[in-house]
Design a protein around this ligand. Sequence first.
Ligand code: 637
Ligand code: MG
Length: 214
Amino acid sequence: TRTSKPKRILAYVEKHAVPGDAESVVNAIDAYCSRVEWAMNVGSDKGKILDRVVSETDPDTVLELGTYCGYSTVRIGRLLRPEARLVTIEMNPDNAKIAKQIIALAGLNSKIEMLVGSSSDLIPQLKKKLDMKTLDLVFLDHWKIFYLPDTRCLEETGLLHKGTVLLADNVVCPGTPEYLKYIRNSSRYRSEYFPSRLEYLQVEDGLEKSVFLG
Ligand SMILES: Cc1ncnc2c1ncn2[C@@H]1O[C@H](/C=C/CNC(=O)c2cc(-c3ccc(F)cc3)cc(O)c2O)[C@@H](O)[C@H]1O
Ligand SMILES: [Mg+2]
């Protein structure tokens, strides 16, 4: 069937990345999306901030909302300890299929589990399904209107603990106004904005890091 952008990204990664080398997978996607066609990966500028937050948090359990092609999934997974676990949720089965192959190529299958479905359906099941005690880090990068309802759901299902870090992409572009208004005004979070650039462009964007205070 006709190719899609995720399929073209996978083809480029298969050609240019080194199997088992997660760094080369990240670099291959960045090379393709900066030279050939733009794609909504967190990218290397915001990716460096993501790397620092992941390393400082040193999480045992990570939840990613919105896998897309798996760029940030691999970016996060490559920094996790062997016993750490990353669950990534993706509702588009075509994207999930591509991302699974990219994650496998990066050699990260042992640390990463992908759930195919809507986050609003799957978050309530996380607690029992994966024996998820609580989450140490959540990376929000799915449709921007879902950031707030999913955060509320995470609170209500008891998946957040004192110190859980929420890291949200695109709080400037495309923007997540309702989420920012809630999280910055809530006494249950301490938030910090990290200014950066929209992936592969010179447009302002940034990440919002919010620590749950319990
Ligand atoms: C509730 C639910 N459940 C499960 N999967 C879900 C889900 N909601 C979405 N997904 C999945 O996640 C990805 C979608 C990501 C959405 N990201 C963006 O829209 C985005 C857009 C830009 C952008 C910036 C400037 C422009 F001019 C145009 C676009 C940049 C970005 O970084 C983005 O992340 C996609 O794979 C979708 O299936
Ligand atoms: Mg994004």
